[in-house]
Design a protein around this ligand. Structure first.
Ligand code: COA
Length: 706
């Protein structure tokens, strides 16, 4: 990262607007106006070839007149003039350019866009955009955009790939009461992307967390790396998760939106919290702006209404922080603060009869108790209570806990009611307590704070496993297939590659003659499976090319002839390598392991149960490769059919340790061979009961075209 150039881009000492205008309604007018209205304290230099003065400021014909005085140039001239403008910026010593102009990569003109990047690189400048609204910062009093106002002040940053959405969200900060210090529009991300800004924000004292609106990443690996190392929470909303949505995003930004599940997994691996929609993005960001992560699972809910209490309990389970009953002695103490008919179990229901005192005492006691890791306070507007008084009482009780406790126990609040509740909640948010009008929102926000702490712990505990592998052997098999003019390995070859990576594939030997088949069947051990090996016959069973449970020499001879005949009948000119003689693996739980080369993240491993689970239920999970054994264990826990692996209905648990190791080794294989392998799978893998391992029964490797 060229930090100095990014400082110039985002914290400039002087700003030029190239294409500044006196004509209201033009973008070049709005940017100058926004800089002025934002009270930018550095110099503003409007650049215009004809006008001596723009909106009361002295104008210049070119940045070349201002050498060394400009850190940031905001560009608002038509597309065909941008390259020339950047060239002049470079000569004038500008550090960063923010190109608002549209009409480059997003409409297919990648050539000009690349030239913009080259020009910036030549001069050591960083480029934001093109096709953006600009960037905004409250703490720098910098509105270098054509959004009319700086956002409501707050502690977060928001980075959006869509410019129009960013303007809308900027205005929305006032309505929602969720503030931001900085907003960034990324547009085509020709140079500066999410990772650059997240990295730059690490040292920004004005921001505590970063929210992202992502359509598609170009370099997913770098994004993951930066997020993994970030000490500040990152919350991402990924759009384009539906098949149709992905197509819309691709045409919108010119970038490829990858498979939704891959993004979800990558976020989790990198410790990024995934928001579900815009409301959730704001809710969760507000929680991170105002509250610490939740370090343990013990959530206490305090409520004056049974209904909202039950709703919150349901949400707690849904969002991954299921409620536990309070320890007995906590319950005993809490009972003193509520009427007889209240409940101290959790949710702590002080009932409508307890009033402000009940809230205060339960909150103060609950927060200070060592059992508690976080708290959600719910309130239903009643005839006998005043929401503002309740809000102030809640705040006072929270404050009583003291800084030390509040630094690691988060609190969210939900008031359900009318206008008075809305006002009281705004007061709470202004005092650092995130408040929401629905208990589900308060719980999902605190659950995100818990999720973050869990992901941080998982990251810290995860370490890469190393295995002994024979990469050279794998490459020699691949190279031999290429020399043969093929980009698909035969099953025999694929299994050799798998074995070179320590994967337990069934012994599969290639017989070219009947006699050889008998000899190899003895090597493999009866019973054996016989399969046609031909790069021209992919669907072996359809071609009558497979025979299982071959028990003796006579059967081997008989089926050698039959399979050869079937294959020739199926495809007369098929190139037949021979017949594979394969040890017959006992039946087990059928697993599918697969790999794809994701457009954003590269080699990615998929795990799921075979058969109906993958075909009908699409019950699979992904990880960006390579992954550790620990991640391999987690993958087995997160599919819906996890219980089958754990041993459902009296069956013995499956050998999940062996499966985890196989996932890790397989992921290592696809990562190591990423320049060669386009996609691969092990389908099925027979997984046996604990202690008995597994067998890769069929393997497939498709090579990248070279
Ligand atoms: N240096 C500086 N200023 C120059 C110039 C140069 N070499 N050449 C021309 N200009 C001036 C023009 O004279 C004009 O000023 P004026 O109003 O005083 O005449 C100003 O730059 C703007 O040029 P103009 O030709 O009027 O363009 P425009 O304002 O109609 O459109 C864009 C320019 C950049 C706004 C337009 O091309 C565009 O890309 N719009 C979409 C932007 C967008 O929406 N981005 C965000 C997507 S989310």
């Amino acid at each position: 990262m060229n930090k100095e150039a990014l400082n110039g881009l985002f914290r400039p000492k002087g700003v030029a607007v190239i294409g500044a205008s006196n004509k209201a309604g033009k973008i070049g007018y709005s940017v100058v106006e926004a800089l002025k209205n934002g009270k930018y304290e550095g110099d503003i230099f409007p650049i215009n070839p004809k006008e001596p003065e723009i909106q009361g400021l002295k104008a210049y014909t070119s940045v070349l007149e201002l050498k060394g005085k400009i850190d940031l140039a905001v560009v608002t001239v038509p597309a065909h003039l941008v390259l020339g403008a950047l060239e002049q910026c470079g000569e004038a010593g500008v550090k960063g350019v923010s190109v608002i102009t549209s009409g480059f990569g997003e409409v297919g003109d990648h050539e000009t866009e690349n030239k913009l990047v080259e020009t910036c690189r030549k001069y050591g400048m960083r480029l934001l955009g093109p096709n953006i609204i600009g960037s905004l910062s409250n703490s720098d009093k910098l509105n270098a955009s054509f959004a009319p106002v700086l956002p409501l002040p707050g502690n977060g940053a928001l980075i959006s790939q869509s410019g129009a959405l960013l303007i809308a969200l900027d205005a929305g900060t006032y309505l929602r009461g969720v503030g931001f210090d900085k907003l960034f529009s990324l547009g085509n991300m020709a140079d500066v992307d999410f990772a650059d800004i997240i990295e730059w924000l690490e040292d920004d004292p004005a921001t505590r967390c970063t929210a992202l609106y992502i359509e598609g990443l170009k370099d997913g690996r770098r994004f993951m790396e930066v997020c993994k190392n970030s000490k500040k929470p990152v919350i991402a909303l990924k759009s384009g998760v539906s098949a149709h949505g992905a197509a819309a995003a691709a045409s919108h930004t010119g970038s490829l939106a990858g498979a939704a599940k891959v993004y979800g997994s990558a976020f989790e691996q990198a410790g990024v919290i995934q928001a579900t929609d815009l409301d959730n993005l704001f809710d969760v960001t507000q929680a991170f702006e105002l509250q610490p992560p939740m370090e343990g699972d013990n959530l206490v809910i305090v409520t004056n209404g049974g209904g909202v209490g039950v709703l919150a309990t349901d949400s707690a389970e849904k969002f991954g922080v299921p409620l536990q009953f309070l320890p007995k002695e906590m319950q005993e103490e809490m009972k003193h603060y509520m009427p007889e008919f209240g409940s101290a179990k959790n949710p702590v229901d002080i009932t409508g009869g307890a009033g402000l005192e009940g809230y205060k005492k339960c909150i103060a006691f609950g927060l200070q108790h060592e059992w508690t890791d976080g708290m959600a306070v719910l309130y239903c507007e009643t005839a006998v209570t005043n929401p503002q008084e309740i809000a102030e009482g809640i705040y006072g009780a929270i404050e009583e806990a003291g800084e030390e406790i509040l630094a690691h126990k988060p609190i969210t609040v939900s008031f359900v009611g009318g206008e008075r509740c809305a006002t009281a909640m705004r007061w709470l948010s202004d005092h650092g307590i995130p408040a929401y009008d629905d208990p589900a929102r308060a719980i999902s926000a605190i659950a995100a704070l818990r999720q973050y702490a869990r992901l941080q712990a998982a990251k810290a505990a995860d370490s890469a496993d190393t295995f002994e592998v024979d990469r050279e052997k794998a490459l020699s098999i691949i190279n031999a297939a290429r020399a043969d003019g093929r980009d698909a390995l035969t099953e025999v070859e694929a299994k050799q590659v798998f074995k070179a990576y320590g994967l337990d594939a069934t012994t599969t030997l290639l017989a070219r003659t009947e006699d050889e088949a008998v000899e190899l069947a003895h090597q493999a051990g009866y019973p054996v499976v016989m399969k046609i090996v031909s790069p021209d016959i992919l669907h072996k069973s359809d071609a009558g090319g497979v025979k299982v449970n071959v028990k003796d020499d006579d059967m081997v001879r008989e089926w050698f002839r039959k399979i050869m005949e079937n294959a020739k009948n199926y495809k007369a000119d098929a190139n037949i390598h021979g017949i594979a003689i394969q040890e017959m693996a006992p039946l087990g739980t059928e697993i599918i392991l697969g790999s794809i080369n994701d457009a954003a993240f590269g080699p990615t491993v998929m795990f799921g149960l075979g058969g109906i689970f993958v075909e009908v239920l699409k019950d699979v999970t992904f990880r960006v490769a390579p992954v550790s054994k620990a991640q391999g264990m987690k993958m087995q826990e997160e599919i819906r059919a996890a219980k089958i692996l754990a041993g459902a209905r009296g069956e013995a648990p499956r050998d999940r340790e062996a499966m985890a190791e196989t996932i890790a080794k397989y992921s290592q294989m696809i990562w190591d061979l990423r320049d060669e392998v386009k996609e691969s799978d092990a389908n099925p893998v027979m997984l046996y009961e604990q202690g008995k391992g597994l067998k890769v029964v069929d393997a497939r490797i498709i090579l990248k075209k070279k």
